[in-house]
Design a protein around this ligand. Structure first.
Ligand code: HEC
Length: 228
């Protein structure tokens, strides 16, 4: 019995060796792929030809109207948004001053380095809804879509007293550099827009903390009448 086993073993080993060759041996033929897994997939490779597209090229041109994001191409900076047209470096500046860092030396500063008006707040609302609402929710209550589908354990509630009492510069710093599990948005959002977002957060916090005393006499009357 054992004799047959050895005979078959030697035959099989010899067969494998004849087919596959020694380990490390150079072969002129393409390797035999018993389990090719996902080595060969129908996919587009940017610098290769492709039969998929009519023009025979794998590389695609950017969609018409695509705006490059603040980098230096051919010696000139491109603008990120209409708001930043003509501004230095497309609005991505990084000199170590309050405007760019939210810090005054070792401490966070408070106050806005730009005039806060209706246009600025509208811009902040728009940028917040694009960049932050997915996690923090449109009201800032920390209940955005990622929270609702349960993919993130804790997203900060921006209406918290802790964040309400934070200096503006500290919130700006968080947006710029991220905090714990939150990523940095400095590379994506121009400096001016980051400040506009902070202003919008202040508006959200204020709107969630309205008091009867904030109303005008007329509004108070209207409220009283409503109650009756
Ligand atoms: C991908 C999800 C996500 C997005 C998008 C996001 N955040 Fe956050 N953010 C978080 C999480 C998570 C935390 C809590 C981090 C922690 O554990 O301290 C947080 C915390 C914060 C805090 C509190 C920081 C502190 O000091 O405790 C602020 C302020 C904040 N985010 C502002 C923003 C603003 C403004 C934007 C948009 C520019 C934004 N976040 C976008 C997930 C996100």
């Amino acid at each position: 019995m054992l004799r047959y086993f050895f005979a078959i073993f030697i035959l099989v080993a010899g067969g494998v060796l004849a087919l596959a060759g020694f380990r490390g041996q150079k072969a002129g033929l393409p390797p035999i792929e018993i389990f090719p897994d996902m080595k060969h997939q129908p996919k587009v490779q940017p610098q290769h030809a492709s039969k998929f597209f009519a023009d025979g090229s794998g590389a695609r041109k950017p969609v018409a109207g695509t705006i490059p994001q603040g980098y230096n191409l051919l010696g000139r900076y491109f603008q990120v948004s209409a708001r930043n047209v003509g501004s230095e470096k497309g609005g991505f500046t990084n000199e170590p001053n309050y405007y760019n860092t939210g810090r005054m030396g070792e401490v966070y500063g408070d106050g806005f380095p730009l005039p806060v008006n209706a246009g600025f707040l509208a811009r902040g609302e728009e940028r917040f809804n694009i960049n932050c609402a997915i996690c923090h929710g449109k009201t800032g209550a920390g209940n955005g879509v990622v929270q609702q589908i349960g993919s993130w354990a804790t997203v900060a509630n921006l209406l918290d007293d802790r964040i309400r009492s934070m200096p503006d510069g500290q919130i700006f710093h968080t947006v710029t550099n991220g905090k714990n599990t939150m990523g940095a948005y400095g590379p994506q959002i121009a400096v001016e827009d980051r400040w506009a977002i902070v202003a919008h957060i202040r508006a959200l916090q204020r709107s969630q903390n309205g008091k009867v005393e904030d109303l005008t006499a007329e509004q108070k009357n209207a409220l009283e009448n409503e109650k009756k």
